[in-house]
Design a protein around this ligand. Structure first.
Ligand code: AMP
Length: 128
């Protein structure tokens, strides 16, 4: 079965400039911006500019240049936030939710970068 992408999702609108965002970093193929409801002192979302619904979609179909750009952008944002390990940062958590069981709210691939405070257990029991 093919992936289906809804071009009316909120991140597609951000990419088209139809709604504002607080940009952290923009590259040829990726955009990083602050999450509107931060869950930690640092909470940045990194999205590819291409129309991919989830990480598996991106990994299967994106050209290598986009995958490299996206991966490096995530690393650069970690460095910009000072949470990366090379500069002695206290670390971070990456989360990319997909589909129903992943509890994905916005159907455009995004990586959450969370840091600036402890992030707790990796997964909570369902319903909490
Ligand atoms: P997810 O459950 O992984 O799909 O999370 C979607 C994330 O997008 C949530 O953390 C929201 O707070 C965030 N979000 C929704 N709308 C916006 C927006 N307009 N600008 C920035 N972040 C947003």
């Amino acid at each position: 079965m093919a992936y289906s992408y809804d071009s009316e999702n909120i991140f597609a609108k951000i990419l088209r400039g139809e709604i504002p965002n607080r940009t952290v970093l923009e590259t040829a193929h990726s955009l990083a911006f602050h999450d509107i409801r931060p869950q930690r002192p640092h909470h940045v979302l990194v999205i590819p500019k291409g129309a991919y619904v989830s990480y598996d979609h991106f990994a299967a179909e994106a050209p290598e240049a986009e995958i490299i750009d996206y991966t490096r952008t995530i690393g650069k944002v970690c460095r910009m936030l000072g949470v990366d390990l090379a500069s002695g940062g206290a670390g971070f958590r990456l989360i990319s939710n997909a589909g129903e069981h992943g509890v994905q709210e916005v159907p455009h691939l995004h990586m959450h970068i969370l840091g600036g405070a402890g992030t707790g257990r990796m997964v909570n029991p369902p319903g909490t």
